[in-house]
Design a protein. Sequence first.
Length: 276
Amino acid sequence: MRKNSYSKKTNVLVSAAIISAATLVSTNVFAAGAVGFQAWTAGNNLFAGSSISAANSGLKSAYADNPGLNYSAWAHTGDWFVFQNHSLVDVTLTVSGDSGFVPGVTVWATGGSVFDGGTTGFGGELSLAGFGTPHSLNATGAMGDAGTLWMANGQGGNVLETLGYAVSGPSHAAGTTGWGESIVTGANDVSLTNTFENGVSGSVGANTAELVFNDLAAGWYAVYIGGTDHASAGGVYDLTVSAVPEPETYAMLLAGLGLVGWRMKKQHKALNKAAA
């Protein structure tokens, strides 16, 4: 696991404070690219039978459990990734942290285009803790819920649907959070349609969070990762996204290989007969 420096996160916090101050002065700053994206180890294109990965450091409560934000997420202190899935496959996304990092992760679908980063303070969205988006965001709700409009298609961004999230830290009831969202420990399917997948499952551990997408459609996806335990220290983590073809795809492949082998064997026999 790569040991990234925390100096980058400190710089992000300083920048976020400046952005937040500007947002509170003018809550209708319609600027594209409210959040930026982290780099993958070797590209962000996911193909059947392959995997992509990244490594980074995470703050203790960027995703959830920060009492100063009424336990909601803080976009500028967590990590954003985007990837393109190229075929209909089962996909597993795993975040594995060291002993100080208690991860949370959400995956959204943006379809045919990459996530544009959303809009700062879209429509004057303001959380119960007094912070505008995306300084504070709803990382667990469906698109259209309070705290998501800054990134929603036709509103402040181009996200089409929230698919699922996993939280390894404590749960928080809707009445206690910044946007009225529920934050539930474990893996959670929050998709409203089967447009992009046919079910979301997964699991969490003390320092791991995993989401499994059945039949994930080809297209672009956005990922947000951060810590979910304010009492923890934070730390480094590895992110892995793996695509496994459906069993019937393997069956078709094996059948195709068998047909090719049969034809080659038949041709070989024909050549031997002609030579004789």
